[in-house]
Ligand binder design. Structure first.
Ligand code: ATP
Length: 310
């Protein structure tokens, strides 16, 4: 099966400095892929090349098998793009603007009226068909931006920080729309906000210093760093030395008379060991909770801002 997107060894150099090197990426299914990275990581460079706005120095981008560099007209029919600053014309009505976009996309003129109707319904903007874009709220302008990205029914849509600058209600609405449009197509969603990627995306690619540093499912990202400490509560607690006698425990600190934080290098079966020994010795264990690393810490570790833990 031809992948929806295939990026092969993509590298780009602005004058002397390489902005991205050897980016590899393949999308084979519908759903939302989060492209995460801090400022200057190389997200925009990658997306601009992907969407045919910038010509790469090396490598290839194939949209449903069509090379964006050698056959941009065909490739652009298969991809929709909403840049960070949506390319909207404030003095056009929603209908005028979307019609214009359909022409730019070289759509067959007989299919334009039905495509316009469908995309307005999908994006919840039918009631604003004759409203000037300049008179719409930020949330509705963003909906129009998404409508222009999908009017030609592409299999791949690239959205660059689409919720930036929206108020909390608008963010919820635009997120719901993105989820809805990702049901039957692949969506690449770029953001530097971890929580947003966490709620929206099924898969995640993290880019740092122009290189991909992580690519996997969101669940794998959340579990990237295994817990290395746990909070243990006991009604009849042992001494610190007793806890340190449990094989695998490297450190134990009592926080209260009954509660200790224990540290270990290898998480495997540590909770079972603690429970077993606690029963044997009558420590009357009431609670044991593994400390999860926060997603922000994972992000910082993958970006090499703090050292990786085991
Ligand atoms: N037109 C340009 N000329 C020279 N260097 C550039 C140009 N555009 C980007 N760069 C550099 O390329 C690197 C990657 O930038 P890019 O804009 O792709 O990152 P980004 O992840 O999109 O960041 P941001 O979220 O801030 O846009 C950065 O070091 C940036 O300074």
């Amino acid at each position: 099966m031809t992948p929806i997107l295939k990026i092969d060894n993509l590298s780009h150099r602005y004058s002397k400095a390489w902005a991205i090197t050897n980016i590899q990426l393949e999308i084979n299914q519908t759903g939302i892929l989060g492209l995460l990275g801090s400022n200057g990581a190389g997200k925009s460079t990658t997306m601009n090349i992907m969407c045919g706005v910038l010509n790469q120095t090396e490598g290839r981008v194939l949209i449903e098998g069509v090379d964006m560099r050698t056959n941009p007209e065909e490739a652009k029919k298969k991809i929709g793009f909403l840049p960070q600053n949506a390319p909207l014309y404030m003095d056009l009505t929603v209908d005028e603007y979307l019609n214009h976009c359909a022409w730019l996309r070289l759509m067959d003129k007989n299919t334009i009226p039905s495509a316009l109707q469908e995309v307005k319904e999908r994006c919840g903007i039918s009631h604003f068909s004759n409203r000037l874009i300049g008179n719409l709220s930020g949330g509705y302008r963003q909906r129009v931006g998404i409508a222009q990205a999908i009017i030609h029914r592409p299999q791949l849509v690239v959205l660059d920080e689409p919720t930036n600058g929206l108020d909390p209600n608008q963010i919820i609405e635009v997120r719901a729309l993105i989820k809805e449009i990702a049901v039957d197509r692949a969506v690449i969603f770029s953001s530097h906000i971890l929580s947003e990627v966490q709620v929206l995306c099924k898969d995640i690619v993290m880019i740092e210093g122009g290189k991909i540093v992580f690519t996997d499912t969101m669940d794998a990202f959340n579990n990237y760093i295994k817990p290395h400490s746990a909070l243990v509560t006991m009604e009849n607690p042992p001494t610190t030395a007793d806890l340190l006698n449990i094989p695998g425990i490297t450190q134990a600190n009592f926080l209260t008379d009954n509660q200790a934080r224990v540290f270990f290098n290898d998480q495997q079966q540590i909770t079972e060991k603690i429970i077993e020994i606690s029963v044997q010795k009558g420590w009357r264990l009431t609670e044991i909770t593994l400390d999860k690393t926060s997603i922000d810490e994972i992000f910082a570790q993958l970006s090499n801002k703090i050292p990786k833990q085991n």
